[in-house]
Write a protein that binds this ligand. Sequence first.
Ligand code: PLP
Length: 378
Amino acid sequence: MIYLDSAATAPVRRESLEAAWPYLTGTFGNPSSHHPVGEAAAAGLEDARARAAAVLGVRRSDIVFTSGGTEAANLALKGLALAAPRGKHLVTAATEHEAVLECIDFLHRVHGFDVDLVEVAPDGGVSPEALRAVLREDTTLISLALANNEIGTVHDIRALAAIAHSVGALLHTDAVQAAGHVELRDLGVDALTLSGHKLGAPKGSGLAMIRGRHPLEPLVHGGGQEGGRRSGTENVAFAVALAVALELAEAERLDSAPRLGALRDLLVRRVLAAREGVLLTGVDIDRPGARLPGHASFCVPGRSGESVVLDLAERGVISSSGSACAAGSDEPSHVLLALGIPREIAQTAVRFTLGRGITVAEVEQAATLICEVLASPR
Ligand SMILES: Cc1ncc(COP(=O)(O)O)c(C=O)c1O
């Protein structure tokens, strides 16, 4: 099998699992217990927090461990918006992940926030001018991903955060796809959210980095764990697993990003040449920093994306016809529609995302099989 769906999920790394194991067995204590068994677990949790904070270049107290990227985005967006002392205006982009869009919709429907969607360029980018155009004096919170999960477009979040701050608004970035591929430090954001399972930690692990100076309304009330920001007995093992996976991904990033980028370029060139009319969605590969290194996303007019994915799976190549979260529905991707791609073309989307362990030989073999499938008339 050649796995080209790393943006959906990745296998758990041995180092991550081994670091977590003691907290599931010998050091099993409840971190809130005031005895040596509990204190050993609390020490493991705080060490994980310190390590995650070091990767992000933030304070330990800014980190809240969660059950994944979705919960982390819910905490950051609802928590900051509901506690915000100013304004009732939210800004996001139609290309964001559902984890963001649904929170914004909830805040609009249930709490009466006004929402504006920033204009997105056909390659998925958001320009400073486009953001400035929707900001108001009372803008509360802006949410823009560091990188898009379907097309891999990377935003210049540092510049966008500076614009947000110029009107006194906060900026949250969904860094689920960017982590391990893009610099996460010094972005100047107020909140950043991550998922463990894209990085080699187990599914159900994640974190929200929310600057401690900002008031936050918790979503889960109870015993006041995580500094009162997320109650419930902490999942120490998964926090440790996430911190280790994040550290490793960051340590390997400078080597892996150019390596994956070169393999992605090879794949993109082969796929574009495979069939007339194939188009690369997102940013051109000649702008390397503006596209995630492992992301190659296409529309293949004349073929249904779902059928390409199935034909490839029969040949042992695992890909995706859009985001895994939207998979199973025949609806074309909301991201591609937001880029202005017509419905019938958006329905032909196929995404290949390269993971850490992928080899040149695997990419070449996959490219050959993709070309074979695309050349067939079905
Ligand atoms: C950009 C983005 N945000 C959020 C999520 C949700 O993360 P999780 O699966 O950990 O809930 C995903 C998952 O695919 C994603 O790609």
